[in-house]
Design a protein around this ligand. Structure first.
Ligand SMILES: [Zn+2]
Length: 503
């Protein structure tokens, strides 16, 4: 009998190729963190990045396969595995033809902010499920799912429709806030955290050469563009961990934490600046502290940690020029003016574009209908005008994308993946590599490697540590976690399971 039991146990262990189910999944997203930020500053990492790089499965060639590479789209990909053509999250902001106004990826006039005043936010524009949604649907909503960030979209989109709560920072009040989408009143532990005025103590402190202002509203928005913003997120995430007893239930819980300050710093100071360097090193320490707390509270043996970023970043034009690299800046108005002029010349006076998106053009369809024009013909005139603008590499119209009448190369595939037939713009275009809109700092959004190549690291029970150099996509994260948790694959997933890292 004893022998039989041993044999059965042995057989079971041979079959069980998936890692054991963790008590807690922690998904960490760093806002604007190119893959090479892991390697450039490697010798200075002694905290969370060091631990993950040493003990985790490190995918050195993970990419996004969509355009535009911006915050909302990246965050909507990580735990859905979807692409914008399926998820409906096509940008940070876009002109919604149904609502006849510019919307954000999470704006929801049916909700109110809690902890501050004004309109709230919700995941109602996300058309697919997240890992957290699948987890909760699998166990009668017993799992606890929480999302945290400085930005609403970065807290809401990874955690999903069924999250117990998503929390973000409100620079008007210095509070962590949420929305009536989740509950009618903030949980006690959130009010308690806010009542300690955690942001106020940074008044007058300096970071490198930057002194924090004294006046509250100026202070709160200044903090976002320093490592202090990430410290606030970490402190709040620790409070969530203990207050919500994450990892201490019979079922698996899920916590998503997005560190936003790296993005604010990178935009303002540039990719190769001392500030970008310092915020990376400080983020390593902050994540290290967070992992230590998780270890103490839950035990890292019981926790699956995943780390990635929502997008990379291009060098600032000045940095590129100093290195004799190509690229430059031009005003976004160059494109809009060229299109407006061409359409007035061809069809007469009128405001021919709606909304203010930089990288896409939404045409005034009411005006087009009123003048009885053919939308496809107007798109062609607009596209021809965009092509005359220097440093425009590619132009695509809605009707070309709808008909699949586009080239089949890597850049175009990213445009197609990013294009949602219901919500997409009338004209999409891509600038040449290293060319950006805007007058200062660095930015992202392109389909090129500096914006698409990001870290993907898994660490936890049953994960085989080491470097994995094969090409993978960020969309692989969600189906991989779903497999480890034995739950349904999120609805829009186009990724595969990274089974090569299973022990
Ligand atoms: Zn950004």
């Amino acid at each position: 009998m004893k022998k039989l039991v041993i044999l059965l146990a042995l057989a079971a262990s041979l079959v069980a190729a998936t890692p054991k189910k963790p008590k807690l999944v922690v998904a960490i997203v760093i806002d604007q963190f190119r893959y090479d930020y892991l390697t450039r500053f490697r010798s200075e990492y002694h905290g969370g990045f060091d631990r993950l790089l040493t003990q985790g499965a490190v995918f050195t060639n993970a990419r996004y396969i969509h355009f535009p590479t911006v915050t909302a789209v990246g965050h909507s990909t990580v735990l859905t595995g979807a692409i914008p053509s399926i998820s409906g999250i096509i940008a940070n902001e876009w002109y919604d033809f149904g609502e006849h106004k510019e919307v954000t990826s999470v704006s929801d006039s049916g909700t109110k902010l809690l902890g501050s005043s004004g309109e709230g936010s919700s995941p109602h524009r996300l058309l697919v499920s997240t890992v957290g949604d699948e987890l909760k649907m699998s166990d009668n909503r017993n799992s606890r799912v929480i999302g945290i960030s400085l930005k609403d979209r970065a807290a809401i989109l990874p955690s999903g429709h069924m999250a117990n709560g998503a929390y973000w920072f409100d620079p008007k009040t210095g509070n962590f806030v949420s929305s009536t989408y989740y509950f009618s009143d903030l949980p006690g532990w959130v009010k308690d955290f806010n009542s300690g005025e955690p942001a106020a103590k940074y008044r007058g402190q300096t970071w490198l050469t930057h002194k924090m202002p004294a006046e509250p509203e100026k202070l709160y928005s200044a903090l976002e563009a320093t490592p202090i913003g990430n410290e606030l997120i970490e402190a709040f995430a620790e409070r969530a961990l203990t207050a919500e007893q994450l990892g201490k239930h019979d079922v698996t819980d899920l916590l998503t934490v997005s560190f936003s300050s790296n993005d604010y710093v990178g935009h303002r100071y540039g990719t190769y600046s001392p500030e970008a360097h310092d915020v990376s090193v400080r983020t390593d320490a902050i994540i290290g502290k967070f992992l230590q707390t998780i270890d103490k509270e839950v035990g890292l043996d019981n926790v699956l940690v995943v780390l990635t970023a929502d997008h990379g970043v291009s060098p600032s034009t000045e940095e590129a020029a100093a290195n004799h690299m190509p690229g430059g800046r031009e005003p976004a108005s160059l494109v809009r003016n060229a299109v407006q002029t061409a359409l007035v010349k061809k069809y007469g006076e009128g405001e021919w574009m709606v909304g203010s998106a930089d990288l896409s053009l939404f045409l005034n369809r009411s005006l087009i209908a009123q003048k009885n024009l053919d939308l496809s013909a107007v798109e062609d005139v607009a596209a021809a005008a965009v092509e005359t603008v220097p440093h425009v590499a590619r132009v695509y119209t809605r009707h070309q994308l709808a008909a699949g009448a586009v080239a089949n190369d890597d850049v175009t595939r990213r445009i197609v993946n990013g294009y949602n037939m219901e919500r997409g713009a009338d004209v999409e275009f891509v600038l040449e590599p290293y060319w950006v809109f805007g007058s200062s700092g660095a930015t992202h959004g392109s389909p090129f490697s500096y914006d698409t190549h990001v870290p993907v690291i898994f660490m936890g029970p049953g994960i085989r540590a080491g470097q994995y150099h094969e090409d993978v996509v960020v969309n692989d994260i969600a189906p991989t976690i779903a497999t480890i948790l034995s739950v349904e694959t999120p609805a829009g997933s186009v990724g595969r399971v990274l089974a090569e890292m299973f022990q």
